[in-house]
Design a protein around this ligand. Sequence first.
Ligand SMILES: [Zn+2]
Length: 280
Amino acid sequence: MPIVLPKGKKCAVILSWDFDAMSAFVLRGETTPTLISQGEFGARVGVPRVLDLCDKYNFKTTFFVPAWTIEVYPELTKKIFDKGHEIAHHMWCHEDAPQLSPEKELELMEKANEVIKRVTGKYPVGNRSGGFANSNNTIKLMEDHGFLYDSTQMGDDFHPYKCRVGDHGSVSEPWVFGRKSNIIELPISWYMDDYPHFEFRRAPLNPGLHAPSDVFEVWSQEFDYMYDNEENGVYVLTLHPYISGRAHRIMMVERLIQHMMRKKGVWFTRCEDVARCWKD
Ligand SMILES: [Zn+2]
């Protein structure tokens, strides 16, 4: 069992927030006022609500923030950090890593790392790539830049594992698994992300707009299963201030926190803290 949680902790819960603001809209060239305002909501309303929620229930968590967003909201990002939350790498402007050349991905990672260091005093140890998409180079780049963990892959549900480097294959040859890297994966999934459930987009169509009660059913049952069946389980939820910062949704997130806090030994914490529990 590679993750050994601190004594008295039965499982870990990471309610991570991807503080994108309008970065992904700008990346797609969606720079007209209404589209920008959709992302802006995350900074104006979402983040303050999220910070209040974390204070109310007295836990720290991880915010994955594109460096471009940090440049737009330096004071708000500093406020998040000063409250004890982790600021982790989330690309320069929410780029899709597989779309980048290896040179460009390296250039943007180094540029983003410097921006994060300016706010936090140290380079980030964690990464979540934009749009849940690592390139074939991402993990190697992370190793070269002293990262500890990634949270962009989906190979498990409740148990972190070591990412591989150098997988290859095709339909006409067997898949060859590459070497194990020293980057720890804190696995995510689309159903543990608020975006597909809630965010409405016309093109490409994402209907979204589900009732929070439906989503509560998915997220609470994932937790219940882990709590009852998976030793040293790690629950990673991906939330966005511009999506789950909306009133009826953040009420559901609070209900979920209360549901999980009713059980004994649940450790609400940051990605970095869980990754440091890895024992080889
Ligand atoms: Zn994002």
